[in-house]
Design a protein around this ligand. Structure first.
Ligand code: SAH
Ligand code: MG
Length: 227
């Protein structure tokens, strides 16, 4: 197990140093988020680059992100969107919003990224109620317990062809598919995965990722809405 993890960490370092070179504003957003006391739970650069590339392939004019933190993943997505693209990101913590706003300004994205403060579920329901036109790409990365709720609400904000990405789909703890029933995050993630895999409107796969200091295997969900 230890040997496996250390090899995983080497693979992660290799991917990061060869393939996901960060521009200055991304380095700043990552480092300053930590200095400002935010938790080290942003996507690593290897996953940021996957988000960016998936975005380039989709060429979205309209992106929705759930869970901003310091805006590190937001910036990878924003860099990959259509030149006239706009992004809405949802976050409940005022402190995170203020830090993220500074990062968006530094990167020159302040007019193309809109921060909305509040509980994501309520904000999403409001968008559905107001007939918000569908998004081209959606990235789910907030509280894991609510992922199943976010799946239904993001589908209501999708069109055929929308790409729904979701982070952290392999729970940290427990045997695969056999989480401790008290581990509500893990239970929700397996529920989300099962529903995504079987959903009649989605074609989906989990793209394994290597994350964290120790090279843990996680996954990024990639789901294409087809009807
Ligand atoms: N996407 C970021 C990391 C997000 S961490 C990145 O990779 O760079 C998850 C964020 O979601 C945290 O900032 C947390 O405050 C926010 N969050 C958690 N639950 C939420 C909820 N119910 N509504 C809105 N935001 C929430
Ligand atoms: Mg995440």
């Amino acid at each position: 197990m230890i040997a496996e993890l250390s090899r995983n960490r080497q693979v992660k370092d290799y991917l990061c140093s060869f393939f996901s070179i960060e521009e200055n504003e991304l380095i700043y957003a990552r480092e300053h988020s930590l200095e400002a006391g935010l938790k080290a739970i942003a996507v690593p650069s290897n996953v940021g680059k996957m988000l960016y590339l998936l975005c380039r392939l989709q060429n979205p004019k309209k992106i929705l992100e759930i869970g901003t933190l310091g805006g590190y993943s937001t910036l990878w997505l924003a860099k990959g969107m259509h030149p006239e693209g706009r992004l809405i990101t949802l976050e409940r913590e005022e402190k995170h919003i203020q830090i993220a706003r500074e990062h968006f300004e530094r990167a020159g994205f302040e007019n193309r990224i809109e921060l909305r403060q509040g509980e994501a579920e309520g904000l999403l329901k409001q968008m559905v109620a107001e007939n918000e036109p569908p998004f081209d790409l959606i990235f789910i990365d907030a509280d894991k317990e609510n992922y199943p709720v976010y799946l239904d609400l993001t589908l209501a904000l999708s069109r055929p062809g929308t790409l729904i990405l979701s982070d952290n789909l392999i729970p940290k703890r427990g045997e695969i598919l056999e989480p401790d029933p008290r581990d509500t995050e893990a239970v929700s993630i397996y529920d989300f995965n099962a529903r995504m895999a079987a959903h009649p409107r989605l074609e989906s796969m989990l793209f394994p990722t290597i994350v964290g200091e120790n090279g843990r295997v996680d996954a990024l969900g990639v789901a294409l809405v087809h009807s």
